[in-house]
Ligand binder design. Sequence first.
Ligand code: GLA
Length: 390
Amino acid sequence: MQNQEVYDELVAKFEKVYGEKPTIVSYAPGRIEVLGNHTDYNEGYVFSAAIDKGTFFAVAPTADDSCALTAGDFMETATFTTKTVAPAKEMTWQNYVTGTFNWLFEGKPETAPHGWKGMFLGNIPLGAGLSSSAALEMCTGLALAKLYGKDVDKTTMAKIGQKAEHTFAGCPCGLLDQASSMYGAEGSLVKSDFRTNSFETVSMGPTVAFMMVKSNAKHALVDGAYASRRQACEDAAKYFASVLRKPVTHLRDVTMAEWVLYRGGLSETTAKRAVHPIGEDERVVQGAELLAKGDLKAFGALMYDSHESSRNWFENSCEELDAIVDAAKALPEVYGARLSGGGFGGSCCLLVDPAAADKIAAHITKEYKAKFGDEPVCSVIKPSQGAHLV
Ligand code: GLA
């Protein structure tokens, strides 16, 4: 479904369910992660982009403290009041919204002057690693901030969504997904520095595009694998702080040379986990120089390196994602490919010559099908505008 159709359907369903028109509608896109994997919570660097698919949130105020929230796709409604906002164990989709509402009011939603009725609908494929949950948080945040007349800057909004994710949805994510959704710009990559939380847009030429290839491997970050990777990074940072004669708070502070020299003091698994974000940071810094020179081939080579690092060190890839990257390597029209986002399933992000998109999709589909029997979903992605009110 195109964005306009999603919007029209949402507004029509809103009127049907609530008997009135929404007063505010907002939109927030999903994101692709282009380079820099699991670096955000290590205070490192990432290249990402907002995509041309997202989620819309429609809302109208209520006269009392009552709230209602409808998931526009399966038409389920959760009801609560501004005084009973809490993480839900059933209809857990509501947690992204109620968590955002909660933190928009700094944990005191009962201080909201009135309630609201809301509905959301989007076109980001679920479980694809395209951050449908961050998109939902960000469109919720924008619509509710407008409803209550709150002036919230983009970084603060991203942090509100991240807090919702941590405390209501149970995923200890970094800030990448929410920041990419907020700061995305048409035709551009977002270069993020998660130490300073500075976000810069870098324009991409028209001669390249991204292709997302969605595997059919399940991608669920709430089930512990993401958290255990994050824990290993934090443990490694503590260790490096104890052996290096310089301040270390996060793996951002550790160089590859230092890892090589001091890794012996870490367990083998923790050492393997730590080298991934350290290498990724170096690759993003190098990638920025290559992009500035327009050297897409060399930039793409870094994407392949990134995937190897996921495959061998961080172990957040899987057979399906590896097969997609391996198939991509055979084609000169693909400059680079890697898994995108948390990993353990989801999608790969390919940097491609858009003129060869059909050929690339056909080749990867053929190889994937021969191995797994089913077909991946290939779509060309246009880096797009970030979250906004409609
Ligand atoms: C998920 C998380 C992000 C980030 C990526 C990996 O998308 O939500 O915060 O850690 O994984 O780079």
